[in-house]
Ligand binder design. Structure first.
Ligand SMILES: *[C@@H]1O[C@H](CO)[C@@H](O)[C@H](O)[C@H]1NC(C)=O
Ligand SMILES: *[C@@H]1O[C@H](CO)[C@@H](O)[C@H](O)[C@H]1NC(C)=O
Ligand SMILES: [Zn+2]
Length: 299
């Protein structure tokens, strides 16, 4: 009896396919390409029925994120509520451009809510403040990314599309390697979001070469070959003393750091590249970069 019970319990837990409950606050653009796009910080909707994310309460040394937690403590439990301007537009234009380039589209998940209402690039409590409609949006956003990830039969690459407000006009590429480690060149592949890529690509002698090597090895080099500055890249191995985003919740959870055949890179573009008219050129450059990178490293 036991083996049968254990076996059926196993299939129940692992084989059962969760049905996704759609949310009006998340847009899904389908596709069969092994490039995946995610756009968490470019939503425009600010329904008045959803209270603003403000700050959590600081309780016994922990932040509790809800609107009923008591006294909000912005000193200890502040949250970021400003959007990455034009990143939804950038993602949609990149989707269309990739569809044309590859004759197959990248499955794409877009948060439609302003970051003041929903942040899918955070843990669920901090991202939603426990508001039911927003929790449903968070669940759908991540349910889609999970299903897209499980659907991949070959190596795939997820690009999480962001915009930084740093004064530096370069594209920050996040592989989960900190600024300090990039500056020192001191990091190993198994803690990056491209661990699976490094394990399977050929002719690349170190993880440092994969992140900062000459074209067509590193994503940064390919982007610079298109005329756009990037870090890490052959010209900028690390950000030096400048501010830099190394990758957040989505890059951590849907890249190959912990498991799987899907890699992830967080792409933080400067505002100058996200704005029209520059954005049109930039989308073409990203498309070419993605094509060269996947041709070199992905089957
Ligand atoms: C995953 O694959 C199944 C089967 O092809 C398909 O019906 C479903 O839409 C895919 N899911 C996503 C989110 O792309
Ligand atoms: C990108 O790929 C194209 C087509 O194969 C090639 O002509 C071009 O040199 C590549 N660019 C770089 C920087 O490797
Ligand atoms: Zn962002």
């Amino acid at each position: 009896m036991w083996p049968v019970f254990v076996l059926s319990a196993f299939f129940f837990l692992c084989g059962a396919k969760a049905t996704l409950v759609p949310s009006p606050y998340v847009d899904f653009l389908p596709g069969s390409l092994n490039v995946i796009l995610s756009s968490p910080h470019g939503g425009h909707l600010k329904p008045s029925s959803i209270p603003n994310r403000d700050a959590g309460c600081y309780i016994n040394g922990d932040c509790v994120y809800s609107h009923t937690c008591g006294t909000k403590d912005p000193n200890n439990c502040d949250v970021v509520t400003s959007n990455d301007l034009y990143t939804q537009e950038l993602t949609r234009e990149l989707y269309t451009s990739l569809c044309n380039e590859f004759n197959a589209c990248p499955p794409t998940v877009i948060n439609l809510l302003h970051r003041r209402k929903h942040d899918p690039n955070r843990e669920k409590d901090e991202g939603t403040f426990g508001v039911p409609d927003v929790e449903q949006a968070w669940d759908y956003y991540h349910g889609l990314l999970q299903e897209i990830r499980q659907n991949q039969t070959d190596q795939a690459l997820l690009l999480d599309i962001h915009g930084h407000g740093h004064p530096t006009v370069w594209v920050e590429l996040g592989y989960l390697v900190s600024r300090t480690r990039l500056n020192l060149g001191y990091y190993s592949a198994h803690r990056t979001s491209v661990r699976n890529l490094y394990a399977h690509t050929t002719g690349v002698s170190s993880i440092q070469e994969l992140l900062t090597g000459a074209a067509p090895i590193s994503f940064g080099a390919l982007l610079e070959a298109q005329g756009y500055q990037a870090v890490p890249s052959p010209t900028n191995h690390g950000p030096g003393s400048h501010s830099y985003f190394s990758g957040g919740y989505i890059t951590k959870h849907y890249g190959s750091r912990y498991s799987g055949i899907v890699d992830a890179i967080q792409i933080e573009s400067p505002k100058a590249y996200r704005k029209l008219p520059e954005r049109t050129q930039y989308v073409a450059a990203l498309t070419e970069t993605i094509r060269n990178y996947t041709t070199r490293h992905y089957v």
